[in-house]
Ligand binder design. Structure first.
Ligand code: HEC
Ligand code: HEC
Ligand code: HEC
Ligand code: HEC
Ligand code: HEC
Length: 370
């Protein structure tokens, strides 16, 4: 039983354990300031949570790099401090003995609720209107041809009674039941209206698996993390990171086939970092043999391209934890939305019998390609 509990809560326990045992040690030798340090991202990510190096690397590169690990994972206040630190002790032994999941399993059970974390800084009722997103990509061709697409996301939001668009889900009350741990296989959804009405949507192929007991015990109310599960630990693909590096001028578009060579070196992930770096180093040989003149004239930019690609290895490949950019997919994507949209059918209400819309224009519209 104890073991089962540990397994289920491991994501959270890992936090508690290391922060916990270590801070008691620190408290006894160094007092409160050291304990505070044990809650800092550097400590969490590097020293004590060695196993969390992937999350730390992804976090440092994210919009939330200044937010403390503990403010989302543990909680603040003396009560939380004592609870989380003390419950950590037994688990430090498991880390030392290497007895933890690789990769760490998500979803993290008992993550602090979004309204206590995300909503401290983001106020959903404030969101309004459309968000223009421009994505710049580079082709895997000789000239690394640049291409930009602009789409306008109907983020919407606003106070509950008028909320619309994508952030409508958090202003309304949307409960759902998933049949798998990863919450990908959603079979039942209920939307509660402000007037007390209820509309139920189900996956007609799975009605047998959806029982009232299961709904009562396992349903979850949709919040930020049901879409933004990767707001902080963003694991971008090598392709995306190469595109970003071109866009920021860190990679030279004049080097023929640089995008193509980068992808060949970085995807799929290598079994060890040494091998990943060796594959990246081989990009030099490509230019030396295929483009000797360009190689001679651009030694510096080829060298720096190799360095940039090694940086990308460090953000995409964590062999010790068996983590790559594919391990923790984001749900703020088509895969995430189509868990319900285009899959579940209304069981009552004016739209009875209709699927939740998957009309392209429901979520975004496009403005001329460039
Ligand atoms: C802004 C909030 C926030 C901060 C700050 C934050 N995390 Fe997370 N963390 C999350 C969310 C959300 C998840 C994913 C939860 C899920 O899918 O169940 C997560 C998941 C994790 C996981 C499980 C593996 C994974 O990638 O899903 C680990 C380990 C982790 N975080 C470690 C850290 C460490 C170490 C830090 C500080 C360096 C940190 N977190 C800071 C919100 C945060
Ligand atoms: C301590 C304040 C703080 C907390 C807590 C916080 N955020 Fe943020 N968040 C920010 C700031 C500041 C930005 C803008 C950063 C920037 O533009 O560089 C941001 C940006 C974002 C973005 C836009 C990301 C992008 O790529 O532009 C999303 C989505 C987001 N946050 C979601 C969340 C979610 C979900 C949580 C809870 C798990 C959360 N935030 C918790 C402060 C916070
Ligand atoms: C139904 C899925 C969903 C839910 C639930 C959700 N979001 Fe979003 N959010 C999105 C999408 C999609 C975007 C558009 C940007 C993108 O494509 O990533 C977005 C955009 C954002 C942005 C950037 C907005 C801007 O104008 O720059 C922030 C910040 C954000 N969300 C925070 C939150 C917070 C905080 C919550 C919880 C209170 C939340 N979101 C709940 C899907 C969702
Ligand atoms: C758990 C199920 C679920 C998931 C996941 C989900 N939705 Fe929805 N969504 C719904 C339901 C239910 C409705 C309301 C349908 C209705 O009333 O016919 C809805 C409505 C919407 C609307 C219209 C809101 C309005 O009234 O203006 C938009 C836009 C939308 N969703 C976008 C998204 C996007 C984008 C994602 C993924 C990032 C997403 N949804 C993920 C269940 C879901
Ligand atoms: C339920 C909401 C929803 C619907 C319906 C929807 N999309 Fe999207 N779409 C999204 C979200 C969220 C993103 C942003 C995903 C991301 O950044 O990966 C997106 C991104 C895209 C992109 C950009 C992909 C990229 O890699 O940048 C294209 C193209 C696209 N959608 C096409 C379509 C088409 C065509 C349809 C109709 C068949 C459609 N979408 C229907 C939510 C939706």
């Amino acid at each position: 039983m104890q073991d089962q509990v540990c397994h289920v809560h491991r994501g959270k326990l890992l936090f508690l354990m290391m922060a916990g045992a270590a801070s008691i040690l620190l408290l006894s030798i160094g007092g409160y300031q050291l304990v505070q340090f044990s809650d800092s991202p550097t400590f969490c990510g590097l020293l004590c949570h060695r196993v969390m190096v992937p999350e730390y690397a992804a976090f440092q590169n994210s919009p939330h790099s200044r937010v403390l690990c503990a403010s989302c994972h543990v909680g603040s206040g003396a009560d939380y401090l004592v609870r989380s630190k003390i419950s950590g002790i037994p688990l430090i032994f498991r880390t030392i003995s290497g007895d933890y999941d690789r990769p760490i399993v998500t979803p993290v059970e008992n993550l602090r609720p979004a309204r206590e974390t995300c909503a401290q800084c983001h106020r959903p009722e404030r969101f309004a209107g459309d968000l223009v997103v421009t994505k710049t990509t580079y082709a895997a061709d000789q000239t690394n041809t640049v291409h930009s697409d602009t789409r306008i996301m109907r983020v919407g939001g606003g106070p509950s009674h008028v909320a619309q668009g994508i952030h409508w889900h958090i202003q309304a009350t949307v409960d759902y039941l998933a049949l798998d741990r990863q919450r990908n296989d959603i079979a039942w959804v209920e939307v509660k209206g402000l007037d007390g009405s209820s509309t139920v949507f189900t996956d007609t192929a799975q009605t047998a698996s959806v029982t009232p007991d299961k709904i009562r015990d396992e349903k979850r109310t949709m919040d930020c993390i049901d879409c933004h599960n990767r707001a902080t630990h963003v694991f971008n693909s090598p392709e995306t990171l190469i595109d970003q590096a071109f866009l920021q001028g860190q990679l030279d578009t004049d080097l023929p086939y640089l995008k193509q060579q980068g992808i060949l070196a970085l995807d799929p992930a290598a079994p060890t970092i040494a091998e990943a770096y060796a594959r990246v180093d081989a990009i030099k040989d490509f230019y030396k043999t295929k483009y000797p003149k360009i190689y001679q004239e651009n030694l510096n930019s080829i060298d720096s391209a190799v360095q940039v690609m090694k940086g990308i290895v460090d953000l995409t490949n964590f062999p010790d934890m068996q983590v790559t950019w594919k391990t923790y997919p984001s749900k703020a994507t088509h895969e995430g939305c189509f868990r319900c949209h285009g899959k579940l059918t209304a069981q009552n209400g004016p739209d009875k019998g209709k699927l939740i819309s998957s009309d392209c224009e429901l979520c975004h519209y496009f403005k001329g390609n460039q």
